[in-house]
Design a protein around this ligand. Structure first.
Ligand code: ATP
Ligand code: MG
Length: 237
């Protein structure tokens, strides 16, 4: 089967700093793929390049065979790509409901309303707080909202940048359960996470980034039992 996403030899540079150094990887339809790596490894830069938020200094990215370089950023939602960005980026002055509407901006108004219903069905806490100003939500609730907003377009391909960052352990488990469930329902997921243990537990395959390079790739199962991965990312346990 053809890959859903093909990242080929991409470089992302900030002036003289090469944050991503000609890396290549792929995501097949239906897979949950995780990118792990230390702070500054280039994970967010890679995701931003896929979303068209950073220009490519080299290489190309294909989604369902189409060159994303030729497709404007705002059209990527229409292609079926949804993103929950690093740091949540919700609209703090808007209500939960208005944030969700913003996520469904490309939809007809009746479909948008239907989707709000189905999305908050997954997040009972958001249903309770639907009229609350998003900036007053707790960190965990804001993270839920960021994911819920990405789900408004019912994406075929969901990109998540550190969805569990700063959350209490119980909420972290809930977020991972949700991601796992979305993938089980058929959604393709590209997940960047600091929580390597939980990511590998739900992923099919993993890539390890270091200083802008992909230094390891393999099945999540192999990675979980790999001594070097344990020493570098999973601590002594
Ligand atoms: N806008 C920018 N301008 C200059 N340098 C940047 C910019 N964004 C990122 N960088 C640099 O690029 C490198 C990769 O950053 P990136 O945010 O992609 O890493 P990351 O793997 O997502 O890290 P983290 O786990 O901390 O989120 C870092 O050295 C960072 O300082
Ligand atoms: Mg990052």
């Amino acid at each position: 089967m053809a890959n859903l996403l093909d990242v080929v030899d991409i470089e992302v540079a900030y002036g003289p700093i090469k944050a991503v150094k000609r890396i290549s990887f792929y995501v097949r339809a239906g897979e949950l793929v995780t990118i792990i790596g230390a702070n500054g490894a280039g994970k967010t830069s890679t995701l931003n390049a896929i979303m068209g938020l950073e220009p490519l200094a080299h290489g190309s990215i294909r989604y369902k065979g189409a060159d994303l370089g030729k497709i404007p950023v705002e059209k990527r939602a229409v292609l079926g790509m949804g993103v929950s960005p690093e740091g949540r980026r919700i609209f703090g002055d808007l209500t939960v409901r208005e944030n969700l509407i913003a996520g469904g901006i490309t939809l007809s108004s009746s479909l948008c309303l239907d989707r709000i219903e189905s999305v908050v069905g997954r997040f009972p806490i958001l249903a309770e707080r639907i009229q609350q100003t998003a900036g007053t939500l707790s960190g965990g609730e804001q993270q839920m909202l960021a994911i819920a907003r990405a789900l408004m377009i019912a994406p075929e391909f969901l990109i998540l940048d550190e969805p569990s960052l700063g959350l209490a352990p119980k909420i972290v488990s809930q977020v991972f359960e949700l991601i796992h469930q979305l993938n089980q329902e058929g959604m393709t997921v590209l997940l960047v996470e600091q929580n390597v243990r939980k990511s590998l537990a739900i992923a099919d395959r993993a890539y390890v980034m270091e200083l802008g390079n992909i230094v390891r790739e393999g099945s999540a199962e192999d990675m979980s039992s790999d001594q070097k991965i344990h020493e570098s990312y999973l601590g002594a346990a």
